[in-house]
Design a binder for this molecule. Structure first.
Ligand code: AFP
Length: 298
């Protein structure tokens, strides 16, 4: 069995980066525990008798505190916070972008949700995705699975009974496949997106969409296909965030041989201009993404 640290020791990562990756990955344990302790059980209050915090807010505060205390992060941008947070006591220049709990509305119905994280080296949080040093997500499904890349391919780890990450598979490749899921509702889709979805459905694409980006992407990583959240008629930039969702997941997709596009070109080449910038997203098997770009250009 290969542990997360043993794997990281085989990569070109420097020690502080390995420490930071491990620290973040293992926050899956307290976050998962918070699903139980923050449950709104009938006829009960929490220890202090207060209203429970929403889990996305709780996860954000928890991760922010852990990163600050570690002194391993100089700058943090979180989907849950309006502005970039700077940690003056940091001993490194790492900049972290994160969605602390993606798909959080699905917790109520016990479907899979996840934590998405990207780590830049020097230069702060407003950088092109292609400059990421590492990207990862922890998916809280039947198992807790960590998907990670440090720019040397993609690995999957699972938390075992001893609460250690053990390698499930290395050198993960995204196959060409025919699953698809698209956010937004059909009346709001643009003509180009509607025609594109009609075309790939006609070619045999099969619908899979849960409403949790990280869970829906994980399925695409394994079986191939495309996850999209398109430009909408009245919201050209779509819904998902460039820094917190698109860039880390796109970096993982690219490292697995897949691709991420805004419908016109590579999202990883976009220079971000604002922390909460949004972007249309098409992420999945590289052949299908190129096909979709061609369809959208017609
Ligand atoms: P929440 O974190 O608010 O649940 O949003 C989830 C999300 O950002 C992403 O995980 C989903 O793919 C997408 O939004 C779902 O959006 P729609 O409900 O519009 O399909």
């Amino acid at each position: 069995m290969i542990s997360l640290r043993e794997y990281l020791d085989t990569t070109r990562c420097e020690e502080p980066l390995k420490d930071l990756i491990e620290l973040i990955a293992y926050q899956a344990i307290p976050i998962r525990e918070a699903f139980l302790s923050n449950q709104a059980y009938a006829a009960s209050l929490n220890a202090s008798g207060e209203q429970q915090a929403a889990l996305d807010t709780w996860s954000d505060r928890h991760l922010t505190n852990v990163l600050q205390e570690s002194k391993l992060v100089a700058e943090l941008a979180s989907e849950e916070q309006p502005d970039v947070v700077r940690f003056p006591g940091a001993t490194t220049n790492y900049a972290v972008v994160m969605d602390p709990l993606d798909g959080s509305s699905l917790i109520q119905v016990n479907l899979a949700v996840g934590t998405i994280v990207g780590i830049f080296g020097e230069g702060g949080v407003l950088q092109k995705g292609e400059r990421l040093r590492a990207a990862m997500y922890m998916l809280y499904g039947p198992m807790t699975v960590l998907t990670i890349t440090v720019g040397e391919g993609v690995c999957l780890f699972a938390l075992n009974e001893a609460r250690q990450y053990v390698l499930l598979s290395g050198g993960v490749r995204m196959p060409e496949g025919n699953l698809y899921g698209s956010g937004g509702i059909r009346p709001d889709w643009t003509e180009a997106h509607t025609a594109c979805i009609g075309q790939i459905e006609g070619e045999g694409a099969k619908l899979r969409y849960s409403g949790s980006f990280v869970a829906d992407f994980h399925q695409i990583l394994k079986y191939g296909g495309v996850y999209c959240y398109p430009a909408l008629k009245k919201k050209e930039e779509g819904k998902l965030r460039l820094l917190f969702e698109a860039i880390p997941i796109g970096f993982i997709a690219a490292q697995a041989g897949g691709a991420i596009s805004n419908g016109r070109g590579d999202i990883l080449a976009i220079e971000p201009t604002a922390v909460h910038q949004r972007t249309p997203i098409y992420v999945g098997s590289s052949g299908l993404i190129r096909h979709i770009e061609d369809l959208l250009a017609r």
